[in-house]
Design a protein around this ligand. Structure first.
Ligand SMILES: [Zn+2]
Length: 472
């Protein structure tokens, strides 16, 4: 008994001496608990995603679906009782896939096997009759020089370096081979190749081709060669077939087309700050998607989670000190025009941005955040770790943030990206199975709540750069 009393006394002392820190933490814990409760018991993000995915579908820049998504999300933001909701005009590229692609491997006249391909975004079409040529398999751009024009001219270059399966962060594995997709056509054309086929950026063996952006650089239109992605199963089949019959022929036909730029919009909503109305914190994702699936993970999830952050603040009656904006960026996938436009206008209007958070890594179970910031800001972020512990959020690392918020980088703004578990992301990324059924309601909602909690902490405590500017 005596011992127990003594212990209680010590605890009281600790409370008196540590009183201030304790109070701050307790209040923050309660607010964050409140945010998660609201998201999990009364969330809206899943319903929004259902509509975006199932009622609208894939939202390629310049498409009717992209415009429907602009209208829909604006209407939904209008219903939240925010202080401002508006559309920010931005011109975007328009590329269409056209009639579905067709491809086969011909090992002897009349002996062929159909394979699954899709045009890469931005690629030119083949001739209306299609393209048929021998194939040279390479493991990356660096192999081209070795084979030289002698062995490449007149052939289709087949880039077959797979994503590295032993990397835990699958984005690293993606980064390790996406140069084949992005620059493969531009580089192969220099050696006289007539087309390229790229192994899909997918860690799984399956039959789905994965599209994605590619570039011809400043290559004249007449020199551009068609580029497609092939499923991982068919990439392996093609490679094996080449081993048996190096002079086999590959045929593909694609019907894509580039049109002049069209008018589109970023969708923006704002809760105006009650202490610093002219200092901004933003949270966002990209509203456009590729066209093969319905863009549920990439990046419908990020959009609805970002909308949810502002909705949660309204619901728990949190009045932010800084102005908090949700920005749904247009055209991340094939141009980044929306991200650039937002940053350009922010600069023009001299809007001071303190913090920007993007969710563009899928709607899977959140693990934490990556940050693009200095050590002073990162130390503050580290001090918040324990607040996230009950929600199994533990990943706080320096690293990238998000493509759309990248253009805001100015040395002061703290940039961050939500980091969900990435193991299944590339099973769906840019493929026909990036669909609503692949998103789990709770995982999606946990992501929104996790984002709202971080925005709340930044809003309450500010960033180190903002404190500097307040002092000055
Ligand atoms: Zn994305």
């Amino acid at each position: 008994m005596q011992k127990k009393l003594l212990l209680l006394g010590l605890l009281n002392l600790a409370f008196v001496f540590g009183g201030h820190a304790q109070k701050v933490n307790e209040q923050d814990s309660l607010t964050i608990r409140n945010i998660y409760d609201m998201a999990l018991l009364n969330g809206k993000s899943y319903d929004w995603l259902d509509h975006l995915s199932n009622k609208i579908g894939g939202r390629l820049s310049g498409s009717l679906e992209a415009e429907m998504a602009v209208q829909y999300t604006k209407e939904e933001l209008d219903k939240l009782g925010l202080d401002k909701v508006w559309l920010q005009p931005v011109m975007v590229p328009k590329w269409t896939r056209g009639f579905p692609e067709h491809a086969y491997i011909e090992t002897a006249p009349g002996l062929s096997k159909q394979v699954n391909i899709c045009a890469l975004g931005g690629s030119v079409a083949t001739s209306p009759l299609g393209l048929k040529a021998e194939v040279i398999e390479v493991q990356g751009l660096e192999d081209l020089k070795e084979y030289g024009r002698e062995q490449i001219e007149g052939k289709i270059v087949f880039y077959n370096r797979p994503m590295q399966a032993n990397l835990i962060n699958t984005f690293e594995a993606y980064g390790g081979c996406v140069d084949q997709r992005y620059a493969g056509a531009m580089e192969a054309a220099k050696y006289g190749a007539v087309g390229i086929v790229v192994r899909s950026m997918n860690l799984r063996q399956d039959d789905l081709p994965h599209t994605g952006s590619m570039s011809y650089g400043d290559m004249p239109a007449s020199k551009r060669i068609p580029a497609c992605a092939i499923s991982t199963n068919d990439a392996d089949y093609l490679s094996r077939s080449l081993g048996l019959k190096p002079d086999l022929q590959f045929y593909f036909k694609q019907n894509c087309k580039v049109y002049p730029d069209v008018q589109s919009y970023n969708v923006i909503g704002e809760i105006t700050g009650n202490v610093y109305p002219d200092k901004y914190m933003i949270v966002g994702g990209h509203l456009d998607s590729w066209d093969l699936g319905d863009g549920s993970h990439d990046d419908g999830a990020g959009c609805v989670q970002s909308m949810e952050v502002l909705r949660l603040f309204k619901k728990i009656n949190y009045k932010p000190r800084h102005s908090i904006r949700v920005v749904l960026f247009m055209n991340e996938e094939n141009g980044l025009r929306g991200g650039r436009k937002y940053a350009e206008e922010a600069k023009l209007k001299q809007e001071e941005h303190l913090f920007a958070l993007e969710s563009d890594a899928g709607g899977f179970t959140p693990r934490g955040f990556s940050f693009d910031t200095d050590t002073a800001n990162f130390a503050q972020i580290e001090s918040w770790r324990s607040l996230f512990k009950p929600y199994l959020i533990h990943y706080f690392e320096l690293g990238g943030s998000g493509a759309d918020i990248g253009p805001l980088k100015d040395g002061n703004v703290v940039l961050a990206g939500l980091r969900p578990d990435s193991q299944r992301y590339f099973d769906h990324h840019h493929a026909a199975n990036d669909t609503f059924d692949a998103v789990n309601r709770r995982e999606l909602e946990l992501g929104g709540a996790t984002m709202a909690s971080l925005v709340y902490l930044f809003d309450k405590y500010g960033t180190k750069s903002s404190m500097q500017s307040v002092k000055n």
